[in-house]
Design a protein around this ligand. Structure first.
Ligand SMILES: CC(C)(COP(=O)(O)OP(=O)(O)OC[C@H]1O[C@@H](n2cnc3c(N)ncnc32)[C@H](O)[C@@H]1OP(=O)(O)O)[C@@H](O)C(=O)NCCC(=O)NCCS
Length: 176
């Protein structure tokens, strides 16, 4: 097993002490993602919407990052289809010390986290009475690192659709 292997555990309140000092960088996107996991949003999303949130640790127990999978109720197809419950990645982030690491792309932490989230989304989808055709997410169009990462995992930008504060929607086809 590689020293870069990550281990996923479902996030719970008791993990908050281990997150002291966790930071996805002091940038607009980084601060937003840090606040989501350090503040009340993550626990509220779990309690109110059944979102699953994982912390990813390395072999020495350091928290490398986090990710989440949940559902949203959006009109689908956007913008004016009927209201549908869809699988969705609310948030993910990697601590600044681990972004772009390790250099070996095969073990890149972003890749391990995305693989986990997509596998979990497919597994949740198999349990649904009405499977979701796509896994969706919102991304700030200026967040180049995130857009490149998602594109590597076959997420496509929906042309001409923005939501909230100008965020773009990306979709990844799930197994049916
Ligand atoms: C988005 C995030 C999870 C990606 O993790 P990462 O470790 O930086 O990912 P990678 O090293 O695999 O980089 C992804 C791609 O972006 C590129 N990249 C990294 N930083 C970049 C930057 N500042 N500007 C432009 N491209 C950048 C990388 O070169 C790579 O491109 P490639 O696939 O062509 O090689 C991480 O940067 C992060 O936590 N950011 C802050 C929180 C955030 O934005 N979360 C997502 C939205 S909620």
């Amino acid at each position: 097993m590689s020293e870069f292997q990550l281990y996923a555990d479902e996030f719970c309140e008791a993990d908050q002490v281990d997150l002291v000092g966790f930071s996805c960088r002091d940038t607009k996107h980084g601060r937003y993602c840090t606040e989501w996991i350090l503040g009340p949003d993550a626990m509220e999303s779990i309690a109110n919407y059944g979102t699953k949130v994982w912390l990813f640790r390395n072999a020495t127990g350091q928290i490398v990052g986090y990710g989440s999978v949940g559902t949203v109720r959006w009109r689908w197809p956007l913008p004016d289809g009927s209201y549908t419950s869809l699988l969705y990645i609310p948030m993910l982030g990697i601590d600044r010390r681990f972004q772009g690491q390790p250099p070996d792309a095969q073990w890149r932490y972003s890749r391990q986290i995305m693989n986990h989230l997509i596998a979990e989304a497919n597994s949740l989808n198999r349990e649904r009475k009405k499977p979701s055709e796509y896994l969706l997410l919102l991304v700030d169009p200026k967040n180049e690192a995130a857009i490149k990462l998602y594109a590597r995992f076959d997420f496509e930008l929906l042309p001409g659709v923005t939501r909230g504060l100008g965020h773009r929607v990306m979709k990844h086809r799930l197994y049916q």
